[in-house]
Design a protein around this ligand. Structure first.
Ligand SMILES: [Ca+2]
Length: 223
């Protein structure tokens, strides 16, 4: 009997882990152009260059948690289709306030769309270049959905699905430059969603200037 129970339990474990695997097929790809090679073209080997007419271009952006750095642009810089023309151009980037541990913002795409890719771009000569964030998504249908979960609330517990964890941090001393990130899925679709939630972290705590200079975020609808 004990043997049978443990057999059933082990089958359940296998089934559960298969479920987890089938849900988690998203893939994070990133490219890094060093300070010496970065140009205003934001051209990368494996990640597409930023698009202007993507599904995020008309998204409504909301600060969910954290403070915006007054020295930079507001959230609209993330989806305006414009890119910095210099490696250290605060006015062309969104970043959380100096001395803070990042924060959260959301994108409302206006309606549910099937998303093929979410891409993010950043540029800074040193520690504010790399990207470190978690991406969550929701189609808006969960009755317990909280559209503005603060830090301390795991979005997964209030209607959000974890789509990917982005960490482009490199070896020490190689932080500066331009980063392009692309979150995709082997099935060609990340899923059908209306809302995206970015949970962004500072890339270092050695000084106050670890919050990433985010230049642009693209949401590419599945064709
Ligand atoms: Ca921009």
């Amino acid at each position: 009997m004990t043997q049978k129970v443990s057999y059933v339990a082990s089958i359940l474990v296998v089934l559960l882990s298969l479920t987890v695997i089938s849900l988690a097929q998203s893939k994070v790809t990133f490219d890094h152009n060093t300070n010496a090679t970065a140009t205003t073209a934001f051209k990368f080997s494996n990640v597409p260059s930023p698009a202007k007419d993507d599904a995020a271009a008309k998204a409504k952006l909301t600060l969910v948690d954290g403070e915006i750095d007054d020295n930079g642009a507001d959230l609209s810089a993330l989806t305006d289709g414009l890119l910095p023309t210099e490696e250290d151009q605060p006015s062309a980037n969104f970043f959380f306030n100096a001395g803070t541990a990042g924060g959260r913002f959301s994108l409302d795409l206006g309606n549910v769309i099937e998303i093929a890719q979410v891409n993010s771009y950043s540029w800074h000569p040193n520690t504010r270049g790399p990207q470190l964030y978690k991406l969550y998504a929701s189609d808006g249908s969960d009755p317990k959905l909280n559209l503005t979960p603060k830090r301390g609330t795991d979005p997964v517990t209030c209607g959000w699905k974890l789509i990917g964890v982005v960490n482009t941090l490199g070896k020490e001393g190689e932080d500066g430059g331009q980063y392009g990130v692309s979150i995709t899925d082997s099935r060609g679709s990340l899923g059908k969603f209306r809302y995206l939630l970015f949970d962004c972290y500072a890339t270092e705590a050695a000084d106050d200037f670890g919050n990433t200079f985010y230049s642009e975020i693209d949401v590419i609808a599945r064709k």
